[in-house]
Design a protein around this ligand. Sequence first.
Ligand code: MG
Length: 248
Amino acid sequence: MIKHICAIGMLSICTVPAFAQQTQGDPKKTEVWEPVPVMVTPGKTPTAAPADAIVLFDGKNLNQWQAKKGGAAKWKLEPDGAMTVVKGTGDIMTKQGFGSCQLHIEWRTPAKVESEGQGRGNSGIFLMGRYELQILDSYNNRTYSNGQAGSLYKQHIPLVNASKKPGEWQVYDVVFTAPSFFSDGNMATPAKFTVFHNGVLIQNNVELKGNTVYIGQPFYEAHSNKEPIILQDHGNPLSFRNIWIREL
Ligand code: MG
């Protein structure tokens, strides 16, 4: 997960403002291993974009995306309508900024299971470039509960584990409320997430304590009311498809 630090540290060269990160200390101190969310077998099929949505990815091109480190997004466009992380090309982010929104995104962890814990099928969706909804292969893959699939990384454990098997398409439907800030930069109202994983409620209007951090305690830093959405290259060949958003 060290990439969180590297990646966020590079934001200063993008459209996202830089913010301080704690890079000292023990990341294990913020791992929470209990309770373990119970497994729930999902039953829902994915949803096509409604008429008023902004389509961020429909399988045809990466026109809505760019590399976070600059230049074109270098993830691989697949013949089946997906795009796949190309290890080492880095995170990608939307060209457009978004604040409060409804987001639909489908993702697939590799069918070939390699590694374990945080090393298995890891990616993530960073709303406003800094609030991570974790993506992980959490099908029979124990890790700290506040770092498994559907966690708001190191802040909120999912209510249940609605994970599908490796290699199967999965869905997040997210309702995100952007935080607001006073003119002095202090947080006025926190970021909030409601998340459905494969149609199952896993986060119920939870409040974030601040930016996602790997080490130490989260904290807020003021930012504009629209920021890009980032998808994480954590080194695993995750695929994505059917990504659409409705601004709220
Ligand atoms: Mg991640």
